[in-house]
Design a protein around this ligand. Structure first.
Ligand SMILES: NC(=O)C1=CN([C@@H]2O[C@H](COP(=O)(O)OP(=O)(O)OC[C@H]3O[C@@H](n4cnc5c(N)ncnc54)[C@H](OP(=O)(O)O)[C@@H]3O)[C@@H](O)[C@H]2O)C=CC1
Ligand SMILES: O=C(O)C1=N[C@H](C(=O)O)C[C@H](O)C1
Length: 267
């Protein structure tokens, strides 16, 4: 018999949070034990319009929630500031975090890595839960060995708060690991309009598009004498992320260290 995993979630009314609650409800060995929301203190999830019929208390005070709720895993799907604070609280309370929230700085990731080590508590931070996106990042890393000239275009809905996306930042990091530092474009190039060449991570240009109509898409474009190679991933709904959230919740129960990216948990 599979053991039940008790889950606490922050951001239940959000686009991802609502989808994650439905996934929890449909998963026999997952049990929602509480939520952190900015509204509805003292209510049960099932009393809130539009949320699945799950009987779990809502807290607006995160510290109170971590004091009172006895969970195995904490899922955060909020925003960078709240997500970072919640993640620290979860680790301090030895509740294993599964973090989908994007936009953490390198310094914040380092602090969470250190806290996870000190607390000997497993944590999974996944820039993208869609398995296709994880493969797109890995294929990009493979291609960069042979095609070191590369730029990234990420396209998201216009409600997204952070830019560049966590996925684009992680892709750049993976590429950097295999190709080293390289400034893309002409050495003497000059922007006559600031931002025209996008953001830069270790020489890799990242261009962020924000438009209604998109959910999440990324193109990694490689160029070399006479040829281009484009690796593209497209999420057309938020269900695309849920098998990855489920996988991360199951996996985080088996580790006691910091993991950044689902690829580190896949065979
Ligand atoms: N890793 C992945 O695969 C994916 C990651 N994401 C990331 O997940 C996060 C959420 O995305 P999305 O669902 O689209 O965003 P939404 O804006 O739809 O949802 C965020 C929710 O978090 C709530 N919230 C904000 N602050 C707090 C807080 N302090 N306590 C509790 N709840 C809070 C918001 O409440 P209110 O409505 O009151 O503001 C809102 O309901 C983003 O960082 C996004 O980049 C998204 C998709 C996939
Ligand atoms: O905000 C989103 O929507 C998404 N955020 C994540 C990111 O920043 O990469 C993952 C996915 O792209 C959707």
């Amino acid at each position: 018999m599979i053991e039940t995993i008790n889950i606490m979630l922050a951001g239940p009314r959000g686009k991802m949070g609502t989808e994650a609650l439905s996934m929890i409800k449909e998963t026999e060995h997952f049990n929602l034990v509480g939520c952190i929301d900015r509204k509805h203190n003292g209510n049960s999830v099932q009393d809130i319009d539009g949320l699945p019929t799950l009987d779990a208390p809502i807290y607006t005070d995160a510290e109170e929630a971590f004091d009172r709720i006895n969970a195995d895993v904490f899922i955060d799907l909020t925003n960078p500031d709240s997500g970072y604070n919640h993640t620290k609280l979860a680790l301090l309370n030895h509740i294993r975090p599964v973090i989908g929230t994007s936009g953490f700085s390198e310094g914040q990731l380092d602090e969470l890595r250190e806290l996870s080590t000190n607390q000997q508590t497993g944590i999974v931070i996944a820039p993208n839960f869609a398995i296709g996106a994880v493969l797109m990042m890995r294929f990009s890393q493979m291609a960069a060995k042979y095609f070191p000239n590369v730029e990234i275009i990420e396209k998201h809905h216009d409600q997204k708060l952070d830019a560049p996306s966590g996925t684009a930042a992680k892709t750049a990091q993976l590429i950097k690991e295999v190709r080293g530092s390289k400034r893309q474009g002409h050495p003497n190039e000059k922007e006559t309009l600031e931002g025209a060449r996008g953001a830069e991570v270790d020489g890799i240009r990242i261009h962020s598009v924000r438009l209604p109509g998109f959910i999440a898409e990324q193109e990694v474009i490689f160029g070399q004498g006479g040829q281009t190679l484009t690796i593209n991933h497209h999420s057309s709904n938020r269900q695309s992320f849920m098998s990855g959230v489920k996988f991360a919740v199951e996996q985080v129960m088996t580790i006691d260290h910091f993991v950044y990216g689902l690829e580190n948990l896949m065979e």
